[in-house]
Design a protein around this ligand. Structure first.
Ligand SMILES: C[S@@+](CC[C@H](N)C(=O)[O-])C[C@H]1O[C@@H](n2cnc3c(N)ncnc32)[C@H](O)[C@@H]1O
Ligand code: SF4
Ligand code: SF4
Length: 448
């Protein structure tokens, strides 16, 4: 029976020439003595894979994959196997690898440049000085030589509010798509940058909007919230496998060599010693076990699909916990930043316009999509309070007086309505994060 595998992700080398603070790879490996995947092992693996499938995209990552000492030999191996390849790169040494890409351009599926900002200042703040300029030079070279390229963005809470700027950069510079993946926390403190469920819901709405309105191709990697218990990613669908720089077959590139990890149950075989066929049996066992665990977790979670925890809602965070890569205690930090405090303030999204009278029967129209959301009496009242710049404590007070309910009940109603309005991307917490959506201020237009 032909295999379902259509993607082989290869961590070509462990070292890197940059030092991004959020990087998921083990720091010792990134900046230690280089270990590169032997060309001969890749050749053998691709030959074995070829006997199972005609079509495979070999995705090179790392470390920085273009630093492999025989990058040319690596790409030749893919070409000779009749497969295609993609490369995820920081672009720093692109001018050196360009001739190799040109030589094997027939087999090239995609070059993905990782970017952390749509401006030099934002990108360089995470990737180091000079980095944005290097990526932009690489992009110019791709355009000159007609090589297709895309951008890959690891989305944290700061980058999430700059989505429109990333999309604009992709459009202006001729990228064929924007690939978005969520940040995976490599330390307890890094959980502060992870989007909560509500923030992800709002973010995914912005993605949907940009896809429709801007015509920018945007793809989402596995890992954003998805409340289905069924597998949604290549590895857990049995469609993608991972080979690390040591020649070990592993479940998924997100998991291998994860910074600060405590387990490596995701690694099933050393292909120097074990035939691919035997390794694949180990992968299948791992996949079945993980999929069962996840189904089980959903069936026993005493939560409705609307309220499942961030861990369960995010397939990759769930996997990272299950394989001992991240500390579950970190989720408390996401709960803390998502919690609504009495002193919090909110602002109305720049694309939302309320219509109708104050209070009952009010609705809100999203100017960009035309979507209309009816507000119940609580949300209608809160809308006015938010516009007037009131704190959550003041909103609770207003609700207590208007509806003659006790304070605890009013607080529950206020929190519930604020969460819903946030997840609909109609309001956002006023935490000083700069927004990049370039639309007029609706507070000037609201009917009152
Ligand atoms: C590990 S890097 C290797 C390839 C290359 N060095 C680069 O940066 O493009 C592959 C991708 O992983 C992303 N990445 C790094 N750390 C991450 C993290 N903690 N969570 C999610 N993605 C991360 C990077 O932004 C990059 O797009
Ligand atoms: S994200 Fe890529 S460029 Fe940055 S340190 Fe990690 S491997 Fe290097
Ligand atoms: S970490 Fe788990 S859920 Fe995420 S892509 Fe990898 S195998 Fe799939």
């Amino acid at each position: 029976m032909p295999s379902r595998i259509h993607t082989l992700v290869v961590e070509l080398i462990d070292v890197c020439n940059l030092n991004c603070a959020y990087c998921l790879r083990d720091e010792g490996a990134l900046h230690g003595r280089p270990h590169a995947l032997p060309v001969a092992l890749l050749e053998r693996t691709l030959r074995d894979l070829r006997s199972r499938t005609d079509r495979c995209n070999v995705v090179f990552t790392g470390g920085e994959p273009t630093l492999h000492p025989d990058f040319r030999g690596i790409l030749r191996t893919v070409r000779d196997a009749g497969f295609r390849y993609s490369v995820i790169t920081n672009g720093w040494t692109f001018s050196r690898s360009l001739p190799v890409f040109l030589e094997f351009r027939e087999s090239l599926a995609a070059i993905a440049f990782s970017i952390d900002g749509a401006t030099q200042a934002d990108h360089d703040a995470l990737r180091g000085r000079g980095s944005f300029e290097r990526v932009m030079s690489a992009v110019a070279a791709c355009r000159e030589h007609d090589l297709r390229f895309r951008y890959k963005v690891t989305v944290d809470r700061n980058k999430a509010v700059r989505l429109a700027a990333f999309a604009a950069l992709a459009k202006e510079t001729g990228a064929d798509r924007l690939e978005l993946g969520p940040l995976f926390p490599t330390s307890s403190a890094a959980f502060d940058d992870v989007l909560s469920v509500v923030e992800q819901e709002a973010f995914l709405r912005e993605v949907a909007f940009l896809r429709e309105s801007d015509g920018v191709q945007i793809s989402l990697a596995a890992g954003f919230i998805d409340r289905r218990p069924e597998p949604v990613c290549g590895p857990l669908l049995g469609e993608a496998i991972n080979l690390d720089y040591r020649g070990r077959l592993a479940l998924c590139t997100v998991l291998t060599g994860f910074r600060g990890q405590t387990g490596d149950r995701d690694i099933v075989a050393d292909l120097h010693q074990t035939p691919l066929a035997d390794g694949l049996v180990g992968i299948e066992r791992l996949v079945d076990g993980r999929n069962q665990e996840r189904l089980q977790a959903f069936s026993t979670a005493d939560a409705s699909p609307a309220t499942v925890s961030l861990r369960l809602a995010s397939p990759c965070l769930d996997c990272l916990c299950a394989f001992g890569k991240i500390d579950v205690a970190g989720f408390a930090r996401v709960d803390r930043h998502a919690a609504i405090e009495d002193s919090d303030h909110f602002t109305i999204s720049t694309a939302a316009v309320a219509s109708g009278a104050r209070g009952e029967g009010r609705s809100v129209r999203e100017t960009r999509t035309g979507r209309v959301v009816d507000l119940n009496s609580t949300a209608g009242l809160l809308w006015n309070e938010i516009q007037s710049g009131r704190s959550v404590a003041e909103m609770v007070d207003a609700l207590t007086r208007t509806f003659e309910v006790d304070e605890a009940q009013a607080r529950r109603s206020v929190h519930g309505a604020l969460i819903r309005l946030q997840s609909l991307a109609l309001i956002r917490r006023d935490d000083g994060r700069e927004r990049s959506l370039n639309v007029p201020d609706p507070t000037q237009k609201v009917n009152s």
